[in-house]
Design a binder for this molecule. Structure first.
Ligand code: C2E
Ligand code: MG
Ligand code: MG
Length: 409
């Protein structure tokens, strides 16, 4: 489908109605005429929820009296918003750049940010990034799946576990792998978990999904173990999985059936979920798993609001710094500050620190210099099928020797 600027659905959200008019006029001059405006977040969310008014680009004001821009972004994440975003604010450069990092941590594609008063030239420049292909492709390709689709995927065992290596920064040794599920869809090919996990969560399917992923992962871990590869296998678990004690029994039984030491299984929970309201039962389950010697990991650290005291209450073994604060932290002071603080906090509590999203040599060097324990990311390896792991391991060992020159300790 061909899309010109006139067809691209744009939403402007700003509490200042004068700004709304001004931006609408600027956009019109640039040929963007399918524009709606909202002066508060709640109205904007209604438009995003309806397929016919769902925008492909949002111009978002950060400072608004009721729901501010950052809070609004959280709701966008919940709704799995797949369009683009431009931030607009009267705040200073530093504030805007911090907001930019937060948005990127949520993996929402950000085209750029605009200072108020908005310069039409800058707006036009940012909109250049919105090439026809770029806008059209994620929308036409990103099918929304129904609860029935996801249910069928689970029943038909179309969910396939991939495993992404976690390596020691000091020695290069492969410490473990993280289980990352993909949907091998008969028509659509490989579908990313971001496209179906939230559907499973919202439709009471997450227990079935987790059971399938976990079973496959523990069986695989058992195989590796038998082959003499004592990899630690991490599994992502949602708070919804932790509302009944059945979960604990299931994990314990699986591990026993497959003759695995519980230390080799790591349960990852994202930070924002852990710190949410009503976490008492889940925290009890986690604590009990910990008592049984399973490892616990706090995922996407830096995107939630944990305090040191909250972290001390839950016996996590591992802290994973979110990829949004790892990649490019070597060159960006704001990212670096969050990275350093997360590393220090985890170390102080005696946790192993894993940096996620290590994408290049510069990222890797920063981890070495700062004493981060483990690295995970495409620089090391993409998520792999079990059959591809041995081949990768050979290449990796060679790379460690030749190129990364880590001295084995
Ligand atoms: P996560 O647990 O934070 O997993 C890391 C994500 O970062 C994975 O995305 C991984 O493919 C991606 N990644 C790894 N290295 C790099 C890198 O160098 N650069 C970049 N840009 N990205 C990298 P993926 O596989 O799409 O998974 C997305 C999220 O879906 C996961 O985030 C996790 O929260 C969730 N998820 C995946 N599998 C499961 C599952 O079985 N159960 C549940 N509940 N959630 C899952
Ligand atoms: Mg994870
Ligand atoms: Mg993560």
């Amino acid at each position: 489908m061909m899309q010109g600027p006139a067809n691209i659905k744009i939403l402007i959200l700003d509490d200042d109605t004068f700004m709304l008019k001004l931006l609408t006029r600027m956009l019109a001059k640039l040929g963007y005429s399918t524009v709606t405006t909202c002066d508060n977040g709640s109205d904007a969310l209604i438009k995003i929820d309806q397929a016919d008014t769902r925008p492909e680009l949002i111009l978002l004001d950060l400072n608004m009296p009721d729901m501010d821009g950052i809070e609004f972004v959280r709701y966008l994440v919940d709704r799995d918003y797949r369009g683009k975003l431009i931030l607009v604010s009267g705040e200073d450069e530093r504030m805007l750049r911090t907001a930019e990092k937060l948005v990127q941590a949520h993996k929402i594609p950000l085209l750029g940010y605009l200072h108020k008063p908005v310069d039409p030239g800058k707006l036009s420049e940012i909109l250049q990034k919105l090439t026809v292909g770029e806008v059209a492709s994620p929308i036409s390709n990103s099918k929304t799946y129904s609860a029935e689709d996801v249910q069928a995927a689970i029943t038909n065992r179309e969910l396939v576990n991939y495993y992404q290596p976690k390596v020691s920064v000091v020695s290069g040794e492969v410490i473990g792998v993280e289980t990352l599920v993909r949907w091998h869809h008969p028509q659509d090919g490989v579908v990313s978990p971001n496209q179906f996990i939230h559907i499973a969560e919202d439709n009471n399917l997450i227990d079935d999904l987790t059971r399938l992923v976990l079973t496959q992962a523990v069986v695989q871990a058992g195989k590796w173990h038998q082959e003499g590869q004592t990899l630690r296998v991490s599994i992502n678990v949602t708070m919804d999985n932790l509302t009944s004690l059945d979960f604990q029994d299931m994990v314990v039984n699986l591990v026993n059936e497959n003759n695995l030491p519980p230390q080799k299984i790591v349960i990852e929970i994202t930070e924002s979920q852990v710190m949410g309201a009503d976490a008492r039962v889940p925290l009890e389950i986690l604590t009990r798993l910990r008592l049984k010697r399973f490892h616990l990991s706090i995922d996407d650290f830096g995107t939630g609001h944990s305090s040191l005291a909250q972290l001390r209450d839950i016996p996590f073994n591992e802290l994973k710094i979110d990829q949004g604060f790892v990649h490019r932290a070597w060159e960006d002071d704001t990212l670096r500050a969050i990275y350093d603080a997360s590393l220090a906090m985890g170390k102080q509590l005696g946790m192993d620190i894993v940096a996620e999203g290590v994408e290049d040599r510069n990222d890797w060097e920063l981890l070495r210099q700062t004493g981060c324990d483990m690295a995970q990311g495409n620089f090391i390896s993409e998520p792999l099928l079990p059959a591809d792991l041995p081949g990768w391991q050979q290449v990796w060992q060679q790379r460690v020797q030749d190129e990364l020159k880590v001295t084995a300790k």
